[in-house]
Design a protein around this ligand. Structure first.
Ligand SMILES: [Mn+2]
Length: 258
């Protein structure tokens, strides 16, 4: 653990010498939560980030926290947007979400991963031109074959190349969270992509302040050991971007007054 952060965590919040977590000087990190097929919100938030970053001359890093697809109706369009219209002047980091992992699993083992259809995969398949009738009982392997034939090669490569974590200063970025008490290098991908209460209800210090999505909170959760920024965009219209610079933490959000 970095001693400065330990001091901040251990100290009273009004302690004059407390030290907050920070990113490196000359760097501004933007981090976007779970998009889930809402191209309208992604475009709005991209424009807000562009406007916010105008005039900033340091390094701009943009970390997407995963779950780009499923639930909303524009999964394919989201991936096209990220590939064709990335924000200029940013280093882009694309983290893997459990929904992208499940799409990859479905391609390998359609019967095992068929539950995916019920929690958003249906919408993703439709966006790739594989429609399902509402009451049909589709054959998973047939659906897999259809998806495989329609999934652009560059989309598959994009999903396969996503990262599990990213680190910047005192912050760790990951889709779902980490298992408390286990060193970062020993974390399982299962936990990084899927963990919920074991992480969100833990007050343990994790070596970094963990910035994550996956678990939906109405308001962004700013806690000493984690910041949860999945505001349920697909249903609420609120897509959140956390902005970190020095010791500063602030938000850009669609659907709310900023
Ligand atoms: Mn998720």
């Amino acid at each position: 653990m970095k001693s400065s952060v330990k001091k901040w965590l251990a100290g009273a919040t009004d302690s004059p010498d407390r030290v907050k977590p920070r990113v490196d000087a000359g760097q501004r990190v933007y981090s976007i939560g779970d998009i889930h097929g809402r191209l309208d919100l992604l475009r709005q938030l991209h424009r807000m980030i562009e406007a916010d970053a105008r005039g900033f001359t340091g390094d701009r890093i943009l970390v997407y926290l995963g779950d780009y697809i499923d639930r909303g109706m524009q999964s394919r369009e989201i991936i096209d947007e990220l590939l064709d219209a990335p924000l200029a002047g940013f280093e882009n980091v694309y983290l893997l979400g459990n929904h992208e992992q499940t799409l990859l699993d479905f391609l390998q083992q359609p019967r095992v991963a068929a539950g995916w259809l019920a929690w958003g995969g249906r919408e993703t398949l439709a966006s790739y031109g594989v429609p399902l009738q509402a009451h049909a009982r589709p054959d998973p392997e047939q659906l897999r074959d259809e998806l495989q034939s329609r999934l652009p090669e560059r989309h598959l490569a994009f999903y396969r190349n996503m990262q599990m974590t990213h680190q910047a200063g005192d912050y760790l970025f990951v889709h779902a969270g980490i298992r408390p008490g286990i060193p970062l290098q020993e974390q399982s991908n299962e936990d990084l992509l899927w963990i919920r209460e074991d992480f969100t209800e833990s007050s343990a210090w994790h070596e970094y302040v963990v910035v994550h999505g996956h678990s939906i909170f109405e308001q962004v959760e700013f806690l000493p050991n984690r910041i949860g920024i999945d505001t349920g965009a697909y249903a609420t219209g609120v897509l959140t971007c956390l902005v970190l610079e020095g010791e500063e933490q602030r938000l850009l959000q669609t659907g709310v007054r900023n």
